[in-house]
Design a protein around this ligand. Structure first.
Ligand code: BJW
Ligand code: ZN
Length: 257
């Protein structure tokens, strides 16, 4: 049930979250498209969530790519162009600061995002469970290439074998990268605080990490505009823009950056 969110509630949530973070031994964070919304990148669901009238569930699939690779590439060319102009926002920077505070083995950032903005903001160890828009993969020889955000040909081909390239992202019906996913699961079961930021929590197996964290005994904190589909698993809800809420949280724990 969605309850009205007033600013007193946000204040109380921040106080509770500050307490949890101060006492935390290990922190894991799961981010989604909402953390990049304030950088001007569209989210998948909700307002502006359709691309040329199509749902992401119909474009981001291996079947769509086989049927019409040019159409699917158009979707990714547009997203890569938007990325060229995008900069991290204070939410990304706050999480980078969290990593510096806790240090490598005690902090893990798991992201569903393919935009690479966490790394641009200074996060060093990022588990990209859905891949990256900044890389391509050859559909014939499998070679993965760093491509940055530079424009690519309409239908890019592999310099090594001539095969058709695809974005190195995870589409529906595809498995997640095995090692990266294993690390995400292990960080989730080890953490004392699990912070979920800007995800609708409807895409699996990523959304399942929230329940995994809870079952393992972590305090679950959610930062979102509204409660997500995992809202019932949350101990502390921080409902407001992540680009404002996360910097406040981090500043109240460790002082101004
Ligand atoms: C703010 C904010 C602000 C806004 N501040 N917050 C039935 C039941 C269960 C599972 C399935 C099922 N049928 C099929 C499945 C499996 C399927 C799935 O989950 N489907 C569901 C949709 C039903 N999953 C898969 O297919 C996965 N693979 C798999 O299961 O493989 C099995 C397998 C094993 C072995 C062999 C073969 C297969 C793969 C899932 C891949 C998802 N890929 C995408 C595209 C990536 C590439 C690309 O970017 O194009 O990943 S889909 C898209 O959704 C993208 C995202 O990472 C993902 C999640 O979206 P996210 O991040 O949550 O964004 P939004 O837009 O949904 O939400 C934004 C949120 O931000 C909202 O809550 C806002 O309120 C909030 N927000 N502004 C804070 N300023
Ligand atoms: Zn190739």
């Amino acid at each position: 049930m969605h309850h009205p969110v007033d600013s007193g509630e946000l204040e109380a949530g921040i106080r509770a979250a500050v307490e949890s973070l101060r006492g935390a031994t290990t922190v894991a964070v799961l981010t989604g498209a909402g953390i990049s919304a304030e950088s001007g990148l569209a989210t998948f669901r909700g307002a502006g969530g359709l691309w040329e009238g199509q749902r992401v569930e119909d474009v981001a699939t291996p079947f769509a790519f086989r049927r019409d690779p040019a159409l699917v590439w158009r979707f990714y060319h547009q997203r890569r162009a938007a990325l060229r102009a995008a900069r991290p926002n204070p939410g990304h920077y706050a999480l980078a600061r969290l990593e510096r505070h806790f240090g490598a083995p005690r902090f893990t950032l798991i992201t569903q995002n393919v935009d690479g903005l966490h790394q641009v903001a200074g996060s060093e160890r990022v588990l990209e469970i859905h891949g990256s828009l900044r890389r391509t993969r050859c559909t014939r020889c499998g070679q993965v290439r760093e491509q940055g955000t530079e424009p690519l040909p309409e239908l890019p081909h592999c310099p090594a074998c001539g095969g058709l390239l695809r974005p190195d992202v995870v589409w529906f019906h595809e498995p997640l990268p095995e090692r990266v996913w294993a690390e995400a699961e292990s960080a989730t079961t080890r953490c004392s605080v699990f912070l979920v930021v800007g995800t609708s929590a409807v895409v699996y197996p990523a959304a399942g990490l929230i329940e995994t964290a809870r079952l393992a005994g972590a305090v679950v904190i959610e930062s979102n505009l509204v409660p997500s589909a995992a809202g019932h698993l949350v101990d502390i809800g921080l409902y407001g823009p992540a680009g404002q809420v996360l910097p406040r949280l981090v500043t109240e724990v460790w002082g101004p950056a």
